[in-house]
Design a protein around this ligand. Structure first.
Ligand SMILES: Nc1ncnc2c1ncn2[C@@H]1O[C@H](COP(=O)(O)OP(=O)(O)O)[C@@H](O)[C@H]1O
Ligand SMILES: [Mg+2]
Length: 172
């Protein structure tokens, strides 16, 4: 099983749907947590998932998608990335509230999920979705299945944003 993780809005569910259409079994972390009794409760409509419980499950699927999927036992982890200003727009379009958007854009900026994934797994890949269509992201994931490596470390949002600060400020 390969875990597809990343900050909310990076396109995990969208690419999961494409991979399903291509014939892969793709589960979501929420359904797995539900099935294996790892849901501890619910707050504001969001399931509270016991991460230790997730770590004990053996999942039978090609992929599991979700921003907690790197807490599962996986052969490999793919972290989807998205440049923070573009992620901001995607989350606005999803209709999310300002506070939740800010929290997630900040998490993306500081590589929060990538760092967590690297702490737990050896085989971690990183795909920058900023300028890719969901189909192109699915193509790259299929390349990983065939042995291609997308090593982490190519994404550095803080440098990228500070190098282009004039351009971004003018866009505001
Ligand atoms: N590669 C992409 N390029 C542009 N927009 C995308 C891409 N992938 C997803 N989106 C859009 O971004 C939003 C978040 O995608 P979603 O798949 O729900 O993310 P996640 O499951 O990671 O939270 C959706 O509105 C979706 O249509
Ligand atoms: Mg999703």
């Amino acid at each position: 099983m390969i875990a597809i993780t990343g900050t909310p809005g990076t396109g995990k569910s969208t690419v999961a749907e494409i991979l399903r259409k291509r014939g892969y079994v793709v589960l979501s972390v929420n359904e797995i947590a539900e099935k294996f009794g790892c849901v501890e409760g619910e707050e504001d409509g969001v399931k509270i998932i016991d991460l230790e419980c997730l770590g004990k499950i053996e999942v039978n699927a090609d992929f599991v998608e979700g921003h907690l999927s790197h807490h599962l036992n996986a052969e490999a982890v793919i972290v989807l990335r998205c440049r923070p200003d573009v992620l901001y727009k995607r989350l606005v379009e999803k209709g999310w509230g300002e506070e939740k958007i800010r929290e997630n854009v900040e998490a993306e900026l500081i590589d929060y999920i990538l760092v967590e994934a690297l702490e737990k797994h050896e085989n971690v890949h990183e795909i920058d979705t900023t300028n890719l269509t969901p189909e192109e992201v699915a193509d790259k994931i299929e390349e990983i299945l065939k042995g291609k490596i997308y090593p982490p470390g190519n994404v550095d949002w803080i440098s990228e944003l500070s190098d282009n600060i004039d351009k971004y400020i003018r866009k505001l």
